[in-house]
Design a protein around this ligand. Sequence first.
Ligand code: NAP
Ligand code: MG
Length: 493
Amino acid sequence: MNEPRQDVIAAVKHFLEQGTKLLLIDGQWKPSSSKQTIPVLNPATESVLAEVALADRCDVDLAVAAAKRAYEDPNWTDMDPHQRGLYLIKIADLVEQNAEELALLDTLDEGMPFSDSLAMVKDVVKTFRYYAGWPARVHGFTNASPGAIFSYTNREPLGVCGAIIPWNAPFIMAAWKIAPVIAFGNTVVLKPSELTPLSALRLGELILESGLPRGVVNILPGTGAEAGAALVAHHDIAKIAFTGSTAVGKSILSSASSTLKKVSLELGGKSPNIIFEDADLDQAIQVAVKAFTFNTGQGCVLGTRIFIQESVYNEVSQRIIAQVKQLKVGSGVENDTDIGPITNINQFNKVQGYFKIAQEQGATLEVGGETYGDKGYFIKPTVFTNVSNDSRLAQEEIFGPVAVLIPFSDEKEVIQKANDTNYGLGAGIWTRNLSTAHRVAKALNAGTVWINTYLEVDPIAPFGGYKQSGMGRELGQDSMLEYTQVKTVLIRL
Ligand code: NAP
Ligand code: MG
């Protein structure tokens, strides 16, 4: 299904009209202390979708206090793990029942084509169901000890977590933060980006409907400078889970050092997607195009540096360019849209800035390189060639639908070039040769390597970055390590 149904449109309209001016604190919707609100825009039309409450430091204090009370309440601490799992299943069910409404909210707010938003909501359902299996599986070890000693470990929750998420793909970002918090017995104050807070607020309603104890999940749209910084500085927060830019991630890490919070960071990327001459070229080309244009290029893990082996460079580059020319730019609610708008005006301007940089550095513009239409933040999908791997165009995260095509002669050269970046989030390899695939996968410095596919993410597998793409991992068993701490108990018998 590509276009939202009328009843879904009506449900979203109802949601937007009734209650977005409130913050979720302690199981209740409350106005912000300052009563300040901020308009949330539809990037396809530049019209105001809703007014949303803007949390400040006082609201953060209230929410952290509520999360602390919830964390210390035996009702939560001593809850049967099976019951904790049931809450996650209930939330997954509620998200599934309201999938189209949630998808439409992200499409209107963030810009993503409706069919892509819907696929992301399905991933959110999977994420909550995946974590529903964890509470009853958290376990420690019995340590080897001499006869008179009995010693074991427990994995215990951390306490109140602060979660800070960016404006791209906001619904799945919220789910990746909230689901493990619940699974491992923590509580959370989530700060969505004030630019795209709507699906997180609707998720807050569904979490209340699930009956989860009050205060376990608190949701506060606010700015990074005010609400975000207040979370990072707060004494009663044990961990900050942050997704966003590398620059802000670094500043959060340094601010968090004064209270020695645990910090996990999911940051930017400039991921290589490598096409060898023996690849299934039809598949490689089709996926490579999706892998840099998905969500209008606003994805941390997208394959924006496409390396093509010289022997097939002409054919592959021409076919990539031809396919990009076919992509339809438009509003995410239209049936045939491939590329929605950029989410906000700052990012819209930033992407255009890179077109200027490309010109200055003498890159060849093959397709795109300009805006589209006269309303909304639309940018045509863009491909550059004649780009050196050490240029700004090839090294900096643009966060728009922009790829560079770079030829390479052999495996050694492409590994060197692929790794020659400060980032290390994702990488793609296209080959039919099993040995090449494994050798290159091992050699690449990236948290996720895809072989003969790209962009597939499953909550069973850990996700995160090498180098300046992050610290720590989300999803998979690794997230248990991120959201729990180890206690050793030693008994002299
Ligand atoms: P951003 O500017 O770093 O902001 C991310 C979040 O941090 C926002 O909620 C922001 O609030 C908040 N923030 C800003 N300054 C802060 C501070 N001093 N203290 C605490 N919080 C602060 O990133 P963005 O522009 O929203 O998102 C795009 C970036 O996210 C890209 O670099 C992308 O690669 C990265 N990203 C990474 C992943 C991943 O999993 N690795 C996934 C998605 C996106 P405001 O809204 O007020 O700025
Ligand atoms: Mg918006």
